[in-house]
Ligand binder design. Structure first.
Ligand code: FES
Ligand code: FES
Length: 213
């Protein structure tokens, strides 16, 4: 049984959760998805090295001022996941290749594994946990994923969503090809690209509808 069907993780029996429920959990907060040992390669080494002193920093994450003790060589992905508990930002390659750690910094997509935390002190960081509105209403791109059931294991999903949201800010009415190019910095190990793109296009359509409502 894969980790994400572990009853302790989903708080339910496998039979009680539908694929739609599972996807929704990942979409809203990047709920736990199976991760292999390699996922933590570089960051783990960094954390264990203990080569520099920590410094208390305040950073703006999802509209809140968050404080954390941060090493000078610490990446934003590490801080988000291990200091602030925002595990929706996934660590895949940990070296700027897969895009699973994508977050928005001042509305522009960045690989959080390749940004040092101390460099974002005066900037606004948005993660997958900050996308839905306070009343729980999904962001239109998140809703597009639910509508189209666009991912398989969904490990890559938060990164794709954040990359799309960032791209759609500059091009709200893309062609399928343009959107594919817009998220081309994100990889899916399940290689479900066609369905992913269909879901993201639906998300773009949802965004346009929402802006005209
Ligand atoms: S984990 Fe950051 S790009 Fe792969
Ligand atoms: S859906 Fe499995 S890695 Fe993308």
């Amino acid at each position: 049984m894969s980790d994400f069907l572990d009853p302790e993780i989903i708080g339910s029996t496998p039979r009680e959760i539908s694929r739609r429920d599972f996807l929704k959990g990942v979409i809203v907060g990047g709920a736990t998805v199976s991760s292999a040992g390699y996922l933590f390669r570089a960051s783990t080494l960094l954390a264990q090295s203990g080569v520099s002193a920590r410094r208390l920093l305040t950073i703006n994450v999802n509209g809140q001022q968050r404080r954390a003790d941060v090493m000078k060589q610490e990446t934003l992905a590490w801080t988000l996941r291990h200091k602030l508990g925002l595990t929706g930002t996934k660590l895949g390659c940990d070296r700027a290749e897969c895009g699973s750690c994508t977050v928005l910094i001042d509305d522009v997509p960045h690989y959080a594994c390749s940004v040092l935390t101390h460099t974002v002190r005066n900037r606004k960081v948005l993660t997958i946990e900050g996308l839905a509105s306070a009343d729980g209403k999904l962001h239109p791109v998140q809703q597009g994923i639910v509508d189209e059931q666009g991912f398989q294991c969904a490990f890559c999903m938060p990164g794709f969503i954040m990359a799309s949201v960032g791209f759609l800010k500059s091009n709200p009415n893309p062609t399928r090809l343009e959107l594919a190019q817009g998220v081309s910095g994100n990889l899916c190990r399940c290689q479900d690209y066609d369905k992913i793109l269909t879901a993201l296009m639906r998300g773009a359509e949802n965004m346009r509808r929402a802006s005209h409502a």
